[in-house]
Write a protein that binds this ligand. Structure first.
Ligand code: GTP
Length: 601
C-alpha cells in the first residue's frame, strides 16, 4: 500500500464517553462489518471488559474509506483505527499505541466535558506530536451542552470552537464527516521504504489457539511472510508464520510495508517474548538501531494472594501461569505466611490491574482468595550502607535504618471548582504537595499534586469521589521517589506477630492505624479459652492494645442428661466450626476476620 493513502489514528476518550459506540459506527459505515453481524461493542472481546465496560487490550482495525467529499480524486484511503487502553494503570501501553499513530480523535461527552484521564492522554498525544481532532459526542442527548464544552476543548488545544466536530455515535450523525476530517487532517505516515525493516510493537495478546498475536506498525522497510525476524531488545529470533491486517477479523497478507498497521504471529506462547514497545527487524541485514521508547513493564503495587482453601494452592499457581501468558506486567513469586499459609506475592501496574487479575482468578478459575492490603515498593537504606527492596511489609528490615524511599506520582484531578477546598484538604491529608491549578472554564478546574503512591492505593479514589459527589476524575503517573519518615506497624495476637497484618505507615499515622486495626480485630475474633491481648507495635514499642476476654465454652454442659445423638450432633457442629478457623500461634482466628480486616479500609 502507498503510505500516502494511509491514516493511522486512535480515539482518546473517558470511560462511557462513547469510544466503543463510535468505533462500532465506523466499522458499520465503512462496511467492514455487515449490518446483521453488528453487535454492540464489537471490538471489546473479553467478557469481563464487556461487563465492566472497560477496555483492557488495544487492537487495530483497518477501515477502507472512500471520502464522501467530492475532492476530484476518488481515492480510497486506508484508515487504521488503533484502540488505546483507557485506564491510568496502562499509561505505558497507551503511549505506545499513540506512538503508532499520526493523529487522534479526542472524544468528549457533550453532556459531561473532558475528564482527568482524557486530559492526561491528550497531553501524551501532544507530546507525541499527533494531530488532534476534537469531537463532542452524544449531541442527541437533551442534556448536551455543546457550546460550553466546545469552548472548553477549544481552549485546551488552541483551536476555534467552530472546529470542534459534533457527532452522535448512537445515531451515526456526523460520523462520515469525522472520517473525512481524519483523511484531510491526519498526516500520512512517513518512513524509509528501502531501509531494513523496523516495526514497533504496540500490543501483544495471547490467543489460546494461535499463540501470541503481536500488533505492529511498520515504520521503515517491509516485513514479509516466512521471513526470520529479530526482537531488538532481546536479540531473540523467530519465524514470521503469518502476517496480515484486521478488518476486523484477521486477514493474512504477504507482508506489511511502510506506515502499515497489522498483526503478526510467530508461534511464541508468552507475551513476554513479544513485548509492547520493542522493535522488530529482519534477522539478516536487519536494522542496527531500535525505535525509541522501549521500557520494561514495572510493577508498582504488590499484594499477597492466598487461597482460602490451602489445597487450592496448585490451582492458584496454574491460574497465575496462564494469566501471565497474556500479561507481561504481571509478576509473582511464592510466599509463605504464618497466618495465611502458602500463597504468592503478586506485582501489578496499579489498583485496577490488581482488581482485574483478582476478579479473573475468582471468576474464570473459580478460586476463593484472601488478598493482603496493597502496598508499594520501598527502598530501604541501612546505616551500614546496605540496601533492601521491600515488596512485603512484613519483610521491612529491623535494625538501624538510614533512610526509606517511597514511590511518588503526579496526580491530575479535574472537578467543578466548588470542590477545590475538599480536594485540597484530602490531598494535604495524604501528604500531597500542590503543583498547580488551572481553570478549564469558569466553573471547572484542573488540580495537580505530587502524592505518595502508597496514599493513592489506599482508598484515595473512593474518598475523592465521595468528597466531590462523584464529580471529580483522577489520573496519575509515576514520577520517581522521595524519602519519607516511614515505620512498620506490627499486629500481635497473644504476643505473636501476624505477618499478614503488618503495614508500612507514615510515622504520624502509625498510631491511628494501630488503634483502628486492634479495635477491629477485637470485634472480629471470638473469645477463646484464655485471655488474648491484641497489640499494635512499632518494633518493640506497643502503641495500642485491646483484650479479648476468656470464656469457658463447654458445649456439652447444656446437654447434661440429654440424649446421646444430640450430644454427637453438637460435637460435630463444633468440629465444622473449627475447620473455618486458622491457628495463629495459639489463637483461633476465623477466616472471616482476615477477609474483613484486609478488605475494608
Ligand atoms: P468504555 O468502553 O467503557 O471505555 O466506554 P466507551 O467510551 O467505549 O463508551 P460506550 O461506547 O460503551 O458508551 C457508553 C454509553 O454511552 C453507552 O450506554 C452508549 O450507548 C452511550 N452512547 C455512546 N454514544 C452515544 C451517543 O452518541 N448518544 C447517546 N445518547 N448515547 C451514547
Amino acid at each position: 500500500t502507498d503510505p500516502a493513502v494511509i491514516r493511522n489514528f486512535c480515539i482518546i476518550a473517558h470511560i462511557d464517553h462513547g469510544k466503543s459506540t463510535l468505533a462500532d459506527r465506523m466499522l458499520q459505515i465503512t462496511g467492514v462489518v455487515e449490518q446483521r453481524q453488528m453487535r454492540a461493542q464489537y471490538l471489546d472481546r473479553m467478557d469481563i471488559e464487556r461487563e465492566r465496560g472497560i477496555t483492557i487490550k488495544s487492537q487495530a482495525v483497518r477501515l477502507p474509506w472512500a471520502s464522501t467529499e467530492g475532492d476530484g480524486s476518488d481515492t480510497t484511503h486506508i484508515l487504521n483505527m488503533i484502540d488505546t487502553p483507557g485506564h491510568v494503570d496502562f499509561t505505558y501501553e497507551v503511549s505506545r499505541s499513540l506512538a503508532a499513530c499520526e493523529g487522534c480523535i479526542l472524544l468528549v461527552d457533550a453532556a459531561q466535558g473532558i475528564e482527568a484521564q482524557t486530559l492526561a492522554n491528550l497531553y501524551l498525544a501532544m507530546e507525541n506530536d499527533l494531530t488532534i481532532i476534537p469531537v463532542l459526542n452524544k449531541i442527541d442527548l437533551p442534556a448536551a451542552q455543546p457550546e460550553k464544552f466546545a469552548a472548553e476543548l477549544a481552549g485546551l488545544i488552541g483551536c476555534d470552537p467552530s472546529d470542534v466536530l459534533r457527532v452522535s455515535a448512537k445515531t451515526g450523525e456526523g460520523v462520515a464527516e469525522l472520517l473525512d476530517k481524519v483523511v484531510r487532517e491526519v498526516p500520512a505516515p512517513v518512513g524509509v521504504k528501502d531501509a531494513p525493516a523496523r516495526a514497533m510493537i504496540f500490543d501483544s495478546v495471547y490467543d489460546s489457539y494461535r499463540g501470541v498475536v503481536t500488533y505492529v506498525k511498520v515504520v521503515d522497510g517491509q516485513l514479509n511472510k516466512r521471513e526470520r525476524i529479530r526482537m531488538m531488545s532481546t536479540g531473540a529470533q523467530h519465524e514470521l508464520l503469518e502476517i496480515g491486517t484486521n478488518s476486523p477479523e484477521m486477514t493474512p497478507a504477504d507482508g506489511l510495508s511502510v506506515g502499515e498497521v497489522g498483526y503478526l504471529i510467530t508461534g511464541v506462547k508468552d507475551v513476554r517474548q513479544s513485548k509492547v514497545g520493542d522493535t522488530i527487524t529482519q534477522y539478516t541485514k536487519g536494522a542496527t538501531e531500535a525505535l525509541g521508547g522501549y521500557k520494561d513493564p514495572k510493577p508498582m503495587v504488590f499484594s499477597g494472594l492466598y487461597p482460602l482453601d490451602g489445597s487450592d494452592y496448585p490451582l492458584l499457581r496454574d491460574a497465575l501461569d496462564k494469566l501471565q501468558l497474556n500479561d507481561a506486567a504481571l509478576v509473582y513469586e511464592p510466599e509463605t505466611s504464618a497466618a495465611l499459609g502458602f500463597g504468592f506475592r503478586v506485582g501489578f501496574l496499579g489498583l485496577l490491574h490488581l482488581e482485574v487479575i483478582r476478579e479473573r482468578l475468582e471468576r474464570e478459575f473459580g478460586l476463593d482468595l484472601i488478598a493482603t492490603a496493597p502496598n508499594v515498593i520501598y527502598r530501604v537504606t541501612m546505616e551500614d550502607g546496605t540496601e533492601h527492596e521491600v515488596t512485603n511489609p512484613s519483610e521491612f528490615p529491623t535494625g538501624k535504618i538510614d533512610s526509606v524511599h517511597e514511590p511518588v506520582v503526579r496526580a491530575t484531578i479535574l472537578a467543578p471548582s466548588e470542590f477545590i477546598g475538599a480536594i485540597m484538604e484530602l490531598c494535604q491529608n495524604r501528604r500531597g504537595a500542590l503543583l498547580g491549578m488551572d481553570y478549564l472554564s469558569e466553573d471547572r478546574v484542573e488540580i495537580r499534586y505530587t502524592l505518595p503512591l502508597a496514599e493513592v492505593v489506599f482508598d484515595f479514589f473512593d474518598q475523592l469521589k465521595s468528597k466531590t459527589r462523584g464529580y471529580a476524575s483522577l489520573d496519575y503517573e509515576p514520577t520517581g521517589e522521595q524519602t519519607a519518615d516511614l515505620v512498620k506497624v506490627d499486629i500481635l495476637l497473644h504476643g505473636d506477630k501476624v505477618d499478614a497484618f503488618s503495614a508500612i505507615c507514615h510515622k504520624d499515622k502509625a498510631y491511628a492505624y494501630g488503634v483502628r486495626l486492634v479495635a477491629k480485630l477485637r470485634e472480629l475474633i471470638p473469645r477463646q479459652a484464655f485471655e488474648v491481648p491484641v497489640q499494635a507495635a512499632i518494633g518493640a514499642r506497643v502503641i495500642a492494645r485491646e483484650t479479648i476476654r476468656a470464656i469457658r465454652k463447654d458445649v456439652l454442659a447444656k446437654c447434661y442428661g440429654g440424649d446421646i445423638s444430640r450430644k454427637r450432633k453438637l460435637l460435630e457442629k463444633q468440629k465444622e466450626g473449627k475447620k473455618r478457623m486458622k491457628m495463629v500461634g495459639s489463637v483461633e482466628v476465623p477466616q472471616e476476620a482476615f477477609i474483613a480486616v484486609l478488605s475494608s479500609d
